[in-house]
Design a protein around this ligand. Structure first.
Ligand code: GRF
Length: 193
């Protein structure tokens, strides 16, 4: 008997290096697949990355994203998990409610520090460096109605050097993300199965 695979949706707004790391990691999985990518940005590089693996991307604007129809359609798709990977918009409460504890995000710092509205990308790394932190890291967490406030699933740290720029720190953080996000997702999937 062939078992039905768990189906993941990835939401991404930009480059999509985490999305690609996840897709690649699950490519040979017998139990989980990335079914679709969703993006608010028609120019996002994640779209090209998806194409390489025959994964289509749905593009939407803010009015569509916050509509009742969008959340109903998404609910009907019955994804097993929704993965945010560099997705810039707050997820509407109706989607959070219908996918309770099934939406996961990754943040490029050690939450609850350096989180919240406006804390994304280089803003995060800039603030970490300005505050002379010795360590930063990544946080993988469930998504609730607020930016970066859902329960934490996984964290790991890296050193911040006193020679770091936002770019060099971002590079170190990205490596950590690519190394851990796919595995954490795989583990969560194993718990659902
Ligand atoms: C990552 O650093 C992630 O932590 C944050 O957005 C960035 C996305 O990078 N939420 P990419 O698009 O996956 O390369």
């Amino acid at each position: 008997m062939t078992m039905k695979k768990l189906r993941l949706a990835i939401f991404a707004s930009g480059n999509g290096s985490n999305a690609e790391a996840i897709i690649k990691h699950l490519l040979n999985s017998a139990t989980v697949e990335v079914s679709r990518i969703y993006s608010n940005n028609k120019d996002a590089y994640v779209i090209e990355r998806g194409k390489k693996f025959n994964i289509s991307t749905d593009i939407f604007n803010k009015i569509e994203f916050t509509s009742q129809e969008f959340s109903e359609t998404l609910l009907n798709k019955k994804y097993d998990l929704i993965i945010l990977a560099g997705f810039m918009w707050l997820v509407p409460p109706s989607i959070v409610a219908s996918y309770k504890n099934k939406i996961i995000n990754i943040h490029p710092a050690l939450l609850p520090a350096y989180g919240g509205k406006g804390m994304y990308g280089d803003n995060v790394h800039q603030a970490v460096i300005e505050n002379n932190e010795n360590e930063s890291g990544i946080t993988i967490h469930y998504v609730n109605e607020y930016y970066d406030e859902g329960d934490i699933i996984f964290q790991t740290k890296c050193t911040v050097l006193n020679t770091d720029t936002p770019d060099s720190l971002a590079e170190r953080i990205h490596k950590l993300e690519h190394q851990h996000y796919p595995k954490v997702i795989e583990k969560l999937c194993a718990e659902i199965l």
